[in-house]
Ligand binder design. Structure first.
Ligand code: PHE
Length: 339
């Protein structure tokens, strides 16, 4: 067979193969078969060298022309194929139902904490935060909790080292705030607190508190009662009743525990309120003059009140949640109820 007809045969085969090519991989195979280093056309170009001199020149020219032709055809075909494939991708049916991704919501504790914050902000309080890793001074001493007080016991506090601990209440922030600012002070201080309690349905080693502090000339116990009663009605509803029971905290004097009428039975007595009609929701009192002294406030000039509440407890009462552990397990079936 002459060179001429061999070249013709290669061209025909090449075009046939190109017509059948359906993918970029097919195109690559064609390139290798016809134009590659060991391909058919390269074979011919090599064979040309062995021809008698008179034929060599013309045959070489023909073979090179074919090589250029095939290379060009392959290029055009490849770019055409690529466009066709991306056109197909764009031709997706946009009316098909999409894959919807569900939206998250704020954690119920965050929601309740924000609710609490909003109520106090509307009463003129501003928001402050303080450290969770704390020195004994801020968590205890400055709050008039003496060395031998039972809550200083290592069993009641997580110690980080000899002198530092995870705060056991948000009252430490009272001290930071008063150290930085002179009266009048009117702040709420939300945050995490830690206590080495055994975990059960109503205890967790970490939980949340919102602390409140108001200091000025002539702040009285009546102011405390007024603020707390507005708070209780705002969060639990207008019909809620509130009462104060005498209590003891080292950093307030006098001190009280605050109860609300049971939001389940309305005060008649049920399982949730252990039959007595009342639920304890927070601790409060008038700031102890010793606390004022430790931050350099003049106790003869200023008075103030403070209170602290557990966010989990309030959230559990609001939503009828019976196990505190639900807040920390992050089970989506639980969380998505709080849209
Ligand atoms: N710190 C107290 C507690 O954790 C709550 C409290 C705060 C009581 C401020 C009185 C005043 O139990």
């Amino acid at each position: 067979m002459g060179i001429q007809s061999e070249l013709e045969k290669i061209r025909n085969e090449f075009e046939g193969a190109l017509m059948r090519a359906g993918s970029l991989k097919d195109i690559e195979d064609i390139k290798v078969k016809y134009l590659g280093r060991k391909g058919d056309l390269t074979g011919i170009l090599k064979a040309v060298a062995t021809l008698p001199k008179e034929e060599r020149r013309e045959a070489g020219k023909q073979a090179n022309l074919l090589k250029n032709e095939l290379t060009e055809k392959l290029g055009t075909f490849t770019s055409g194929k690529k466009t066709e494939m991306s056109d197909k991708r764009e031709a997706l049916d946009v009316t098909m139902p999409g894959i919807s991704s569900s939206r998250g919501t704020l954690h119920p504790l965050t929601q309740v904490m924000e609710k609490i914050n909003d109520i106090f902000v509307s009463l003129g309080f501003s928001i402050a935060e303080g450290p969770e890793i704390e020195s004994e001074f801020y968590n205890f001493e400055a709050l008039n909790i003496p060395l031998d007080h039972p809550s200083r016991d290592a069993f009641d506090t997580f110690y980080v080292d000899e002198k530092h601990l995870l705060r056991s209440h948000t009252s430490n922030v009272q001290i930071h705030v008063m150290e930085k600012k002179d009266p009048p002070v009117q702040v709420i201080m939300p945050g995490r607190v830690y206590r080495p309690d055994a975990v059960d349905a109503s205890h967790s080693f970490m939980f949340h508190q919102v602390e409140g502090l108001m200091v000025d000339k002539d702040v009285t116990f009546a102011d405390l009662k007024g603020v707390l009663s507005v708070f209780c009605k705002s969060i639990f509803g207008e019909n809620i009743k509130m009462r104060l029971r005498p209590h003891f905290f080292p950093f307030t004097e006098p001190s009280a525990e605050v109860d609300i009428s049971c939001i389940i039975c309305g005060g008649k007595g049920c399982r949730v309120c252990s039959g007595n009609g009342w639920l304890e929701i927070l601790g409060a009192g008038m700031v102890n003059p010793k606390v004022f002294k430790s931050v350099g406030y003049d106790p003869d000039k200023y008075t103030g009140f403070a209170f602290g509440m557990g966010v989990e407890r309030i959230a559990m009462l609001l939503y009828g949640i019976e196990d505190i552990r639900l807040f920390y397990e992050n089970d989506v079936r639980f969380l998505k109820q709080f849209d």
